[in-house]
Write a protein that binds this ligand. Structure first.
Ligand code: CP
Length: 305
């Protein structure tokens, strides 16, 4: 693997190897890890806000002894003077050994890879993909539930604009006997037909649920997402959607769920998971965010060692 731009580029075997490496690196002591990437430099290029992705990548690198440079706000870069994405990438590639790129434009990571002589990792490109989030999601499912084959997964929220859902669905298509049930708070946020078709063509049994409580009863994983208002022009009507009662998962909705069913969310959550879910054993979302360090370490080791 030279770059990681989309989850489609990874085979099932490559995904499972990365997850296994993440488990191994997660079990290592800090002392054992800190020489593994000594002398390397990772560049964080965040043209869009981030808490988890940037900080977990930087933590992952620092624990491996890898230096970190970059920016978390493109307003402080020469992009404000009109420098193109390609030229910014060329410069960062001259200074670092791997580029972690988040950008609001779909396809930005592919543009970056076309001019970079060091690995580019897509940390989210508009409504496109977020492949490392998917690796974190699959790792969390594996840790919680074991085998990834045979999973029943509920996808809820903004299935139209949420890039984490798009990457996750592409990855699930690489596993066997997957069932997916979808719930969107409004038809405008439903899973695009092209993605539904792709999932079906790849053997995923896909249907719809009429409420979060119904979904919770029929799945092993309930994957919640927020409305991606920053990607929707004229998003005011969707601010109202975000406040709809039937789009808020509450502890009472999980009464009929299997004991080991897990609620996941790439975060940040806004209103769609009530805080009374946090204390339940089903709540896996903070653990999921924590797993990001080991998973991103496995990826950095594979790309930089
Ligand atoms: N899950 C995720 O991508 O979170 P951030 O936007 O905070 O990086």
């Amino acid at each position: 693997m030279k770059h990681l731009l989309g989850i489609e580029a990874l085979t099932r075997a490559e995904i499972l190897t990365l997850l296994s490496e993440a488990k191994n690196v997660g079990a290592m002591t800090r002392a054992a890890k800190r020489e593994l990437l000594r002398g390397s430099v990772m560049v964080s290029m965040f043209f869009e806000p981030s808490t988890r992705t940037r900080l977990s990548f930087e933590t992952a690198a620092l624990q491996l002894g890898c230096g970190v440079t970059g920016f978390s706000d493109a307003q402080n870069t020469s992009a404000t003077k009109g420098e193109s994405l390609e030229d910014t990438v060329r410069m960062c590639a001259a200074y670092g050994d791997a580029l972690i790129l988040r950008h609001p434009l779909l396809g930005a990571a592919h543009r970056a890879a076309a001019v970079s002589n060091v690995p580019v990792i897509n940390a989210g490109d508009g409504a496109g993909e977020h492949p490392t989030q998917t690796l974190v999601d699959l790792y969390t499912m594996q840790q919680r539930l074991g085998d990834l084959d045979g999973l029943r997964v509920g996808l809820a929220g903004d299935l139209c604009n949420g890039r984490t859902v798009h990457s996750l669905l592409l990855a699930l298509a690489k596993f066997r006997n997957i069932k997916v049930s979808c719930f969107s708070p409004t038809p405008a946020l439903a899973l695009p037909e092209s993605q539904r078709r792709h999932a079906t063509l790849h053997g995923i049994d896909i249907d719809d649920a009429d409420s979060l409580a119904t979904l919770a009863q029929r799945v092993d994983v309930l994957y919640m997402t927020r409305v991606q208002t920053e990607r929707i022009s004229g998003s005011e009507p969707f601010d109202a959607v975000a406040k709809l009662e039937h789009y808020v998962l509450r502890a009472k909705d999980l009464a009929g769920a299997a004991p080991n069913m897990c609620v996941m969310h790439p975060l940040p959550r806004v209103r769609e998971i009530a805080t009374d879910v946090d204390a339940l054993p089903h709540a896996a979302y903070f653990e999921q965010a924590g797993n990001a360090v080991s998973v991103r370490q496995a990826l950095l080791l594979q790309l930089l060692r």
